[in-house]
Design a protein around this ligand. Sequence first.
Ligand code: NAI
Length: 285
Amino acid sequence: QNLPGKTAFVTGGASGVGLGIAKALLGAGMNVTIADIRQDHLDEGLAELGGGDNVLALKLDVTDRAAYAAAADAVEARFGKIHLLVNNAGVAVVGPTELATFADWDWVMGVNLGGVINGIVTILPRILSHGEGGHIVNTSSMSGLVPVGGTAIYSSAKSAVMTMMECMRPELESRGVICSAFCPGAVQSNIAEAGKTRPDDLAETGYAEADKRRQNGGSFFHLYMTKEAVGQRVLEGILNDELFILTHSEFLPGVTDRARATIAAVPAKLPHNEEYKATFAMLFN
Ligand code: NAI
């Protein structure tokens, strides 16, 4: 990857993980657009990035498809072409699944999966059409790889955006576009404030009481990874064309257990004949 002078578009780029990624990409010589729903985050993020000519801050709700296309137009008007899309904007609500309302599901899936879909449909054709190659990074999570109880909505979205990259990578690699799934563990960020951007029409939550209980649970914030360290790790993952960009070795036992459980669940006897294998060749590689 030859990053200097190329252009990155980072959603949720004005805070936390996205801002850390934006910083690292800027340091690598890229033009960087941070797109975010929160104007206060954009103002602070732009200041933190130094506000130079190679940074653009755009207000964008990734669930708004028309606004997304307009944002992509604005980036192309400013920098010419988009080469790197980082689908990073995300929100979270966690709690017992039976308490979740349709609005809880719709909000989190709408931003964490729907926002990523909007990014792919809007920007992938633009990357392919300029022919200079590119890269797409979906911010998934360790919870996409090692799902835990109480996170069904969030983790469903995160495993979806991870799988999306696994499917798209073999499709696009030969056409010069690399796809990566970024799966961080805990990072210092403002995600606890996600509710502030929740739309009024999706306000009804089943987690109000659960949220109050959690707020009394104390904070381990100081133990979390810094956004700068995470940003550097993503940059490294992009430079190395990594499919899975991981940050936290603590999750190795969970990743191993899940892989072992999957392997153990494969029936020992393979009943398929050669014709079947030939038909479904892509499943037997
Ligand atoms: P954050 O809240 O600090 O940053 C997310 C940014 O996305 C915010 O600036 C927010 O305004 C923006 N955003 C929210 N909804 C949006 C929308 N509809 N359109 C555009 N922008 C929107 O949170 P954080 O932690 O930096 O989250 C970034 C990504 O990292 C998310 O996808 C999250 O799920 C993921 N992640 C975070 C982890 C953590 O420990 N902080 C761990 C694993 C994954």
